[in-house]
Design a protein around this ligand. Sequence first.
Ligand code: BG6
Length: 480
Amino acid sequence: IPVDPFDLVIFGGTGDLARRKILPGLYRRFIAGQMPEDARVIGAARSELDDEGYRKDVRDALKEFVSKRALSEENIAAFLSRLHYVSIDAKGEGGWKKLAQTMRDDDDVVRAFYFSVAPSLFGDLAERLHLHKIAGANSRIVVEKPFGRDLESAKALNATLAEHFDETQIYRIDHYLGKETVQNLMAVRFGNVLFEPLWNAQYVDHIQITVAETVGVGGRGGYYDKSGAMRDMVQNHLMQLLCLIAMEPPSRFEPDAVRDEKLKVIRALEPVEPGDIVRGQYEGKGKTPSYHDDVEDGESRTESFIAMKLHVSNWRWAGTPFYVRTGKRLKARQSEIAVVFKDAPHSIFGEAAGRHRNILTIRLQPNEGMTLGVTIKEPGPGGMRLVDVPLDMSFADALGPEGDEIPEAYERLVMDVVRGNQTLFMRGDEVEAAWAWTDPIIEGWTKRDERPFAYEPGTAGPEESAMLLHREDRRWREIK
Ligand code: BG6
């Protein structure tokens, strides 16, 4: 279904995120027929380029970041004809008049401004958009993470944006919310009667959230070393996953109804004990550089891995641990959420049948899908022996041959901006609450002057992380 006509301005239109994600995502929506005939995308950045130069640059980006079978000369040419470029000085006056003239003067055309630039420029952009009367009541802005680096800076950013835009116009992206399986998590929880009655401390033993990556931080060392896994991944992506797993059913699938419930989860998170946190940093191996090599600082104590045990202290989750972990240079790229249910209260099959538990695994990537482990009788005449078998659903299979190109997070989110749907975007108070929980944890290890544990690349992180669960007779699911 096509969305309303729009003019989308991408500040930072020549940057890495625009080339890798935003423009390829728009291209895919374009070939899916979702971009209206007269939709336009306007790249804005410092470089001196004209429309043709920009189109050439974007053509290269598409060739690099869109799968071959989605590319055809005809489609590329048609998509590029929607692109324009304005060279702009975010901190000065250069280019703003031209940008104002480039925008269509029509109240029916949605104006969206994607701030794909350093947060230090957000204020300048917001101010100039208003000064030059480019942004008005029908405008929306999209901002990227990192949204601040602590509570204070996030509050300052929120205040700056609020000077020029209403909260209903601000779309704070967390691209994890655009992932198909993450949205499916809500469909599964609230679209079935099967799960919700069991979704609580009475039936759930614990929950695991894993976001494992194989890449290192090479190339982004400057940014990453100031952030670490806690700020880069936990404060936003993992926190959002946890919220969707733990929240109460919202009354409707509407922006504030959903975000109110997520906010309650964040506010119910308990402070984390130092003994419930394991930080790690990858070593080098063979030709693989170490974290210290990647960030060019042999003394850095920033974590490239973190595992934590968390508690959501409310009626539903009292006493149920949430184990979360994320790291770079691990064994596999594997993101999943596992809901591990409790043992059956009484085994009628005796001890020989062993211990069996239902586990619902939601796979974010790769091979998006869901598996429910069910205990059944081992086939054959050997008596009542039990085995666990997976009820497996791969989304690609379930959706049929056309379904293997599951839309990428950015495609979905950019279209939601044009539709004016904020459900999958973070509200200002959510971001602040997340930092309010994160800050004391980081302050704690900084004060204690802690060094992260070293781990070998290609593993599941430092061994100490396994201990977090072993000591409670549990274990992490395998990264494979
Ligand atoms: C980004 C982080 O937000 O998410 C990166 O800054 C990380 O460090 C990336 O690699 C992971 O995203 P995805 O979609 O590849 O899981």
